[in-house]
Write a protein that binds this ligand. Structure first.
Ligand code: DQA
Length: 143
């Protein structure tokens, strides 16, 4: 089964942007590690990143026919986007929400997530390892 790993704004700068918060690994590292783990789990991953809300929504719509599950780090759109929530509500498979940092330890505007109203599980504060943990959970949910 194919799993989409969708990433929101500024995550293209992962590894360069505030490394004290988000670490030194890049999104390419995440894509490579997830692809390797997925192969072990009998899954396939497709990683996508955009700085544009509508492009993320388009990928969620694509997932309706092309993916069994979605792992999403909506980045700042987590805290603002009813439109991404609505798109996820039109997707029938499992949805897992990942945040690299522990959003609950940070500014209060990061404590609320629209996407959590839909997510079947949430991981925050495990660094980029959160993507791999979400993938393992996805294998259980789809098993
Ligand atoms: C983030 C947390 C968000 O609050 C922030 O806007 C991000 C990244 C995380 O992965 O920790 O861009 O989703």
């Amino acid at each position: 089964a194919r799993i989409f790993i969708l990433n929101g704004p500024n995550l293209n700068l992962l590894g360069q942007r505030q490394p004290e918060i988000y670490g030194h690994e890049t999104l390419d590292d995440v894509a490579r590690d997830c692809a390797a783990l997925a192969a072990q789990l009998g899954l396939e991953t497709e990683l996508f990143q955009s700085n544009h809300e509508g492009e993320i929504i388009d990928q969620i719509h694509r997932a309706r026919a092309a993916a069994a599950g979605i792992i999403i780090n909506p980045a700042a759109y987590t805290h603002t986007s009813v439109a991404i929530l609505d798109a996820l509500n039109a997707f029938e498979g499992p949805v897992l929400e990942v945040h690299i940092s522990n959003v609950h330890k940070r500014e209060s505007f990061r404590h609320h997530s629209y996407v959590s109203l839909r997510a079947d599980g949430v991981i925050a504060g495990f660094g980029v390892q959160g993507y791999a943990l979400a993938l393992r959970r996805m294998a259980v949910l789809l098993g």
